[in-house]
Design a protein around this ligand. Structure first.
Ligand SMILES: [Zn+2]
Length: 52
């Protein structure tokens, strides 16, 4: 198990590997980032809720 984030909620995005682009909008990013911003991360989580 990974260390839980300080916010408390463990979301689907926490388990994602960084792939060099935003998981939500595919915008190119640093190799260590998964999302270009909080909006994309939140949107990704919302979609993950529906597809789980
Ligand atoms: Zn994005």
């Amino acid at each position: 198990m990974p260390v839980p984030p300080p916010m408390g909620a463990v979301s689907a995005r926490q388990a994602l590997p960084a792939k060099g682009s935003c998981w939500y909008c595919e915008k190119p990013l640093d190799s260590v980032r998964r999302f270009c911003g909080k909006d994309c991360a939140d949107s990704f989580d919302e979609e993950a809720e529906y597809t789980r």
